[in-house]
Design a protein around this ligand. Structure first.
Ligand code: SF4
Ligand code: ZN
Ligand code: ZN
Length: 300
């Protein structure tokens, strides 16, 4: 197969775009997908201060690489969850990556904040991923606001977004459907959140890291129980195989035509957040989720 752009030998075939690319043209393809996402959805501009949530996985590092190359004002934030089997490997990749590409990095250590995830898991009898997710969202948002960043960018890709959308549709989570998308504007004490990789699949970001020689972390979290999301991704991969381009058209179709119906529902049913009585973080209850987790840890 020849490169669609320059007719050299192609190394990546993309049936969803009826195209194939050689290595330099593939990097250009990814760059253009990211630029299109930023422009079409008005995610941010060169005047914004962007903090990127760096997990050490392929997507967050690919995002930082691309935004740095495009010249945006970025810095990285890594949350060290203190999980012995995976956190040191993830942190090491993030630190080496940021050194190599001269990206300013901050690391928040959950152990020092009394929130090591193995401790949380041992002491609180609730699904650990939901607790861990709350803690990460809290500190990403708080760090951004406390340090003058007005945009928080995450490396969610098309497969993540489609699996989440499908999961929300299966249980008709109207509030979550109203919220889902590559841009959540700043409001009620939450910083603007953006997902510039939403047009790229996992296959595409993995190939990007390979061609750009980005060394990403591989150690899976031992508590990962994302069986349903993984299953939905497999289902959509099968669909994509039969109908190339279906994932992106499903997701874009939702953003254009589906989401507004749920945004209305969300507004009607929603409760406006107010500051947490202990830490000031926006919450719909008296105390925010993280203060409640800290309280439960103290009591255990
Ligand atoms: S798999 Fe669950 S516990 Fe592990 S890092 Fe992800 S959210 Fe946290
Ligand atoms: Zn080419
Ligand atoms: Zn709080």
């Amino acid at each position: 197969m020849k490169c669609t752009r320059c007719r050299e030998k192609a190394v990546v075939a993309l049936p969803s775009h009826t195209a194939g690319f050689c290595p330099p043209c593939y990097l250009l393809f990814v760059e253009r997908q990211v630029q299109k996402a930023i422009k079409d959805k008005k995610l941010f501009s060169f005047d914004d201060r962007i903090i990127i949530a760096l997990s050490g996985g392929k997507d967050s590092l690919a995002l930082a690489w691309q935004l740095k190359k495009l010249g945006y004002d970025i810095a990285g934030l890594h949350i060290d969850l203190a999980i012995p089997q995976s956190s040191p490997i993830a942190r090491d990749h993030v630190e080496r990556f940021c050194r190599a590409y001269d990206i300013n990095l901050s690391v928040l250590e959950m152990e020092k904040l009394g929130l090591s995830i193995p401790e949380v898991r041992k002491k609180i009898k609730r699904p650990v991923c939901s607790l861990c997710g709350k803690i990460k969202r809290y500190y990403f948002n708080k760090f951004a606001l406390d340090n003058g960043f007005n945009v928080l960018a995450t490396g969610h890709n098309l497969d993540d977004e489609v699996a989440r959308l499908f999961s929300n549709v299966l249980s008709w989570e109207s509030a979550h459907l109203g919220d889902q998308g590559p841009l959540l504007p700043e409001e009620n004490g939450f910083t603007r959140k953006v997902k510039p990789l939403y047009r790229l699949s996992e296959f595409e970001t993995a190939n990007f890291c390979f061609i750009a020689e980005i060394d990403y972390g591989f150690a899976p979290c031992p508590y990962s129980g994302g069986a349903s999301f993984t299953y939905y991704k497999t289902l959509f991969d099968e669909l994509e195989h039969k109908q190339p381009g279906r994932k992106l058209s499903f997701y874009e179709g939702f953003l254009k035509r589906g989401r507004k119906a749920f945004t209305r529902l969300d507004l009607e049913e929603g409760v406006k957040p107010s500051p947490c009585k202990s830490c000031g973080y926006p919450t719909s209850e008296e105390s925010c989720g993280v203060c409640r987790i800290k309280h439960m840890l103290e009591q255990s």
